[in-house]
Design a protein around this ligand. Structure first.
Ligand code: DGL
Length: 265
């Protein structure tokens, strides 16, 4: 039976998935949302496939217990390692970030696409395989950028240290003349100012948040309300409370989030 009521569930390892929540809310403001940030176990990006899979299944089971009608796996590492398993274990439709991000990169018409993400995301080859399938004529290079997550968490999205680190990671992709870079990590859009400075004006920086919102609205139109009436509630749950979460969440959402609850999943 299709569930048409209940909130949309979103999960990420931490704060970065709020960029996806924000895009979903812009597209479907009347929906109710429940966001789970697994801050106690962050980062996922440096962990093994088995561990990320276990965490992702845990998080999905938790949200399913809250009667969500659709689940968005906003974490790129979890989407890359565990989307199929989460979908198989969930009674509701599950949307990941890999395919929407790949489709958004392909519409730029870039012939050379760079993928940057956590060590886990790049090692999983999920983006590389999806690009090979959906854009077989495109050349792809994938580079892990492990220092980007702590820089984003530090709020250094526009900072000389981030510029320097970005130059280190991205110079090979720029020398190879990448036309688009997929920001295959929830945190990387938070570094956009520094990244733009380093890559210059001509490289497309593709962030999957709005592509995910489009996917949910178009592929699950029967489940969601896209009308722009009264705003639905947003409930944020974290596995560990932190001031850092609040600070970055406020910067992403443009206001201090209300209804934050600490949960044990
Ligand atoms: N949410 C993770 C991702 O998108 C980044 C942070 C982490 O490593 O947990 O891959």
């Amino acid at each position: 039976m299709t569930v048409t009521s209940g909130p949309i569930g979103i999960f990420d390892s931490g704060v970065g998935g709020l960029t996806v929540l924000k895009a979903l809310r812009e597209r479907m403001p009347g929906e109710q949302y429940i966001y789970l940030g697994d801050t106690a176990r962050l980062p996922y990006g440096t962990k093994t496939e088995d561990t990320v899979r276990r965490y992702a299944l845990n998080a999905a089971a938790h949200l399913n217990r809250h009667q969500v009608k659709l689940l968005v796996v906003a974490c790129n590492t979890a989407s890359s390692f565990a989307l199929n398993e989460v979908a198989a274990a969930s009674p509701v439709p599950v949307v990941g970030v890999v395919q929407p991000g790949v489709r958004a990169a392909l519409v730029t018409d870039a012939k050379r696409i760079g993928v940057i993400g956590t060590e886990g995301t790049i090692r999983s080859a999920a983006y590389q395989e999806s690009l090979a399938q959906l854009g077989p004529a495109v050349e792809v290079r994938a580079v892990p950028c492990p220092l980007f997550v702590p820089l984003a968490e530090e709020g250094w999205g526009d900072h000389p240290v981030t510029d320097q680190v970005a130059r280190h990671y991205l110079t090979p992709l720029l020398e190879w003349r990448a036309g688009a870079l997929i920001l295959a990590c929830t945190h990387y859009p938070l570094l956009r100012t520094s990244l733009r400075r380093v890559v210059g004006p001509d490289v497309h920086l593709v962030d999957s948040a709005s592509a995910v919102a489009d996917t949910v609205a178009s592929e699950h139109a029967e489940l969601v309300d896209t009308s722009h009436g009264k705003e639905g509630d947003v409930h944020i749950q974290l596995t560990d409370a932190s001031d850092r979460f609040l600070r970055i969440a406020t910067a992403i959402l443009g206001h201090k989030p209300d209804h934050i609850e600490v949960v044990d999943i």
